[in-house]
Design a protein around this ligand. Structure first.
Ligand code: NAD
Length: 248
């Protein structure tokens, strides 16, 4: 099926369905200038230490994460929602639509585009917490230290960790539960911009009902392409912008 035919199919699904869920990953934000991890130009191709989100490494030496965060946090703070984030939000504003976003992303671009609800199954960067005393602070209040490449510390001496789920940590219970619930009730599920290799989030599509129409919109092939009814290998912004009906 060509991209044009795929977009037309997606558009028809969006027109017919009421309960639509998007499961998004880093690829939806690349058009906002935030690199993903696993593409050829992704962050993993430039950072030799891929343990930046490992919780044991963080406790051992938080400078590993904060050396990476200096660049990543700076880029994320300056980014704006793109056509894909905006199209998903606009679909949710159409009468009769219940659009839920489940995102693996730690940026806040879906929320800023106006989507609601947005379940963040890997947490997000908005808040940080002292690992020693639990003091919670807006990450923006630590920005000077982070952009300086240092590990920010509370006055108790403990280091602040962003409320992002690191490898080795539990996923946020409420967001993950709500994500499972929404996907279990979806008539249409669309994965956008995810390599679908980070579990348990990558297993969420398996929670869908048999009758749920399932699409993957991703620039590169994923291991789960075979299980989808529709696969579009193209940029998320163009596809979603074209697939969202402007009115019913
Ligand atoms: P990933 O890096 O493993 O995969 C991204 C996928 O997106 C790739 O398969 C690539 O082909 C595709 N892609 C890239 N640009 C695209 C575009 N414009 N349109 C369509 N597809 C595009 O990302 P992942 O599966 O989300 O897993 C990585 C983990 O890293 C996630 O937990 C995520 O939270 C985190 N992460 C988040 C951000 C962010 O918040 N923006 C950025 C990098 C990584």
């Amino acid at each position: 099926m060509s991209t044009t035919e795929g977009v037309a199919t997606l558009r028809a699904w969006f027109t017919e369905a009421q309960r639509i869920v998007f499961l998004t990953g880093a690829g939806i934000s690349t058009e906002s200038g935030i690199p993903d991890f696993r593409s050829a130009s992704g962050l993993y191709s430039r950072h030799t230490n891929t343990n930046v989100f490992d919780i044991d490494e963080f406790h051992r030496d938080p400078r590993i994460y904060y050396g990476f965060a200096r660049e990543f946090y700076g880029i994320t703070r300056g980014a704006e929602p793109n056509a894909a984030h905006r199209a998903i939000a606009a679909l949710g504003w159409l009468p009769g639509k219940k659009v839920t976003v489940v995102t693996q992303n730690i940026d806040d671009l879906h929320q800023r585009a106006g989507s609601d609800p947005v379940w963040c199954v890997h947490g997000n960067l908005e808040w940080s917490r002292c690992v020693r005393c639990g003091h919670r602070v807006k990450t923006d209040d630590l920005s000077e230290t982070i952009l300086g490449g240092e590990a920010p510390r509370h006055s108790c001496g403990g280091v602040y960790k962003p409320e992002v789920t690191f490898f080795g940590e539990m996923l946020p219970e409420k967001d993950f539960g709500e994500a499972q619930l929404a996907i279990g009730q979806a008539e249409v599920l669309v994965v956008v911009g995810s390599s679908l290799v980070v579990f348990p989030a990558a297993g969420l599509p398996m929670m869908r009902r048999r009758s749920c129409r399932y699409a993957i919109v991703n620039r590169d092939p994923t291991d789960q392409d075979r299980s989808a009814h529709l696969v579009i290998h193209a940029g998320a912004g163009d596809v979603l912008h074209a697939a969202v009906p402007t009115e019913q």
